[in-house]
Design a protein. Structure first.
Length: 65
């Protein structure tokens, strides 16, 4: 199952990932992305991949089979 990872060191808090997949991403009080779920079922893969690619800071990764 694909897995999400985040590099909070490069996150700029644009929240484009939250807009695209708010069931997987949120923004904390410091303005940084928070993963709500790390494993992505195949049925959600395309939508979550679009959310990952929407990050202007490239802070997100979707890895695995």
């Amino acid at each position: 199952m694909p897995a999400l990872t985040v590099n909070t060191g490069v996150c700029q808090g644009y929240a484009s990932c939250v807009i695209a997949a708010d069931d997987y991403f949120d923004i904390d009080d410091d303005g940084l992305v928070v993963l709500l779920a790390a494993e992505v079922p195949e049925a959600d893969r395309e939508r979550v991949d679009r959310a990952v690619r929407s990050c202007p800071a490239a802070a997100l990764r979707l890895e695995g089979a």
